[in-house]
Design a protein. Sequence first.
Length: 348
Amino acid sequence: MLQGKEYVPLLKTGVAEIGAYRSLFPDVRDLTFPIFNMRPWPNASHFQFTLSKTIEASAGFPFGLALDVDRRGRSSNLAAQQEFDALFVPDGGYSAYYNLVESVPEAVPVLIDASCPLVMGQQLANAAALDRGLIIYQGRGLPGSIWNMISQIGEMPHDTVVVIDAGWSRDYLSQEAWILPIAEQIIGALPTAEFVVMSSSFPDSFSHIVGHSEENATERRLFWVVRQRFQQADITYGDWGSTRVSTGGGGGGIPSRVDVPSIGSWHIFRADPKNDLGFCEMAWDAQHHPCFSVLPDSWGKEMIQITDDEGSGITSRPTATQVRINLHMTIQSGAASVPPTDEIPYED
């Protein structure tokens, strides 16, 4: 399934994430296999809107279609939430979910739950009938029963990919301590499968930054530790696309900020809260820092370059987030990043 792919981002189907992926140049998408954690689109009446946005962003490239369990059972009067929740009904091995996947030719199913052997067996049969492969996700904080049950069942559907996700943390040692024994168990149970090792370390606080700061990223470090330990395994690099767990917004104004990713860090350009001159000033600072000159061509780079005081480029925090994610995915894919000749840069 991952032959020819260099990078697996795990993305929520939010406006920034979908926009960032939609704006990737074609050669970047060709080297990337995203897994979308589907959730109802903000204020959309029906869940189909999320699906349509994701299909548009994928532009015919394959992707994993997962369900964002954090959005299950939310209180909402919109049909989109009820339609989303219905996908979690386990009848027939989550037949409603697999029917949805079947309706999207580019989509690959992601195992929903492994707590019940009967339902899991039905899911595996559903995945085998689809014949598009199967993604098995083992995240930090989830029950360890997935790998144990897999080892008991034995044969997996053709093209099985196992994602081992150490989750988000700024504590690298805790991520490494969790992932090494889990990886040993899963790789031992499925030695011929393809594996993805991912994590996230995007900072959760920027209050200490005024001007420029380089913040360390540990996703690549964790990947290489696992890869060196299990050299015979087929392991691909993954991460959260330069995002982290959702947190509630704080009070007061948030200073303008432009983030420039690199392969192993983020360069943060943050305005002085007492004298915020806007995104144009931060974009100017970013463009005149050495980190900017080595960025590959991308929609995100173009957006920083055209940012001004007249409404071009980065004008809001959501756009700044979209720019960072787009740049991050471009860099992590390792693509030459050749601009398309027939597309207009995407703005939502």
